[in-house]
Design a protein around this ligand. Structure first.
Ligand code: 3EB
Length: 332
């Protein structure tokens, strides 16, 4: 179960034995986070909403740290976080750009942990890397990351698995490469968007290795079905639409969300998913775009407390806004 936590509810949530982990938006170090609790810090300013989100399992969770991954799991679902510092010497012998090697190492560590703990199925991944659109070592950093991620998936035999996880990949203002994930004992059902080319089939114009994620994923945990919607932007086919226009980009991404929800609803065991029930994380590139983007999104998502807006860089320099989301349906 997923919740935004504030004030007293944060203190309460931290004491819940079923707590799996947190994500924490802000440039300052997280405070009051118990030792050993997986917590992903997003080195980005929170513009609106609660900066702390928590995942809860269905029963008391157990904690561990292995291969640099801090994790907690409840017997069905595992939440983990790994941070990899971009230190070429520490990353060892392999050649290639440093962030590429960091990405590969992060995913290799995650895959080792998942094999050992018996959670083979990745459900949802959150990737944050500083300065995503900058070039270092001769290649844009998002492209480097894609190569490293792709190699790790390939080496683990995961490119041929039938379910590719939902994901997001955003640029933040600092910190190490940070990867958080939910993994299950059972697979998810991957959902693609009929308005968009599958990201794993993007042409080479967007980098030597295509990104490894599905547009959404459906998974079952305890007595509920979970929908995870990947980071969704103003892309139709494989092309970025409406450069320079945050409102038009927002309308386009809402059309994409709509189409993904229709696909997910077709594949769901329960009732249809609606935009108004989503809890969402909204990324805007420029602070001045917060108000127009929020006005546009409020009309379709509503104004519930289950939304947070933050300042971050979308993985293509011309994209100004991206939305990721989830929803949960109890299965009867
Ligand atoms: C896109 O549709 C926008 O590299 O894991 C969205 C979600 C995006 C996930 C990723 C990238 C990723 O291509 C960017």
């Amino acid at each position: 179960m997923h919740r935004f936590l504030s004030g007293a509810r944060l203190a309460e949530g931290l004491l819940d034995p079923a707590l799996l982990g947190l994500s924490w938006i802000g440039l300052a170090e997280p405070t009051h986070v118990p030792q050993g609790l997986p917590c992903q810090q997003l080195h980005a300013p929170c513009l609106l909403g609660e900066p702390v989100e928590a995942w809860f399992g269905a029963r008391p969770a157990q904690a561990g740290t292995r291969h640099g991954v801090r994790y907690r799991h409840d017997g069905e679902l595992l939440f983990g976080v790994i941070e990899v510092v971009e230190d070429g010497a520490a990353l060892g012998g392999s050649s290639g750009p440093v962030l590429q090697r960091a990405g590969q190492q992060a995913y290799e560590s995650v895959f080792k942990l998942l094999a050992e703990e018996g959670y083979p199925h990745l459900w949802r991944i959150w990737n944050y890397l500083p300065h995503i659109n900058q070039e270092t070592d001769g290649l844009e950093r998002y492209r480097q990351f894609n190569i490293g991620r792709h190699r790790a998936f390939e080496a683990a035999g995961r490119l041929v698995m039938d379910s590719i996880p939902a994901a997001s990949a955003l640029g933040v203002q600092g910190g190490p490469l940070s990867v958080a994930f939910l993994a299950g004992r059972t697979p998810t059902r991957s959902i693609e968007n009929p308005r968009q080319l599958s990201a794993f089939r993007y042409p080479a114009d967007y980098g030597p290795c295509s990104p490894t994620f599905s547009r959404a994923a459906l998974g079952q945990h305890a007595d509920a079905e979970w929908l995870f919607v990947s980071g969704t932007a103003s892309i139709v086919g494989h092309q970025s639409m409406h450069p320079g226009d945050p409102v038009a980009q927002t309308r386009e991404l809402v059309a994409n969300l709509d189409a993904v929800l229709a696909e997910a609803s077709r594949c769901s065991a329960g009732p249809a998913y609606r935009l108004s029930e989503l809890s969402a994380r909204v990324y805007v590139r420029h602070p001045a775009h917060l108000a127009p983007v929020q006005a546009e999104l409020a009309e379709v998502l509503g104004t519930s407390a289950q939304q947070v807006y933050l300042l971050a860089d979308v993985c293509r320099a011309e994209l100004l806004v991206e939305v990721e989301a989830q929803a949960c349906h109890l299965l009867s």
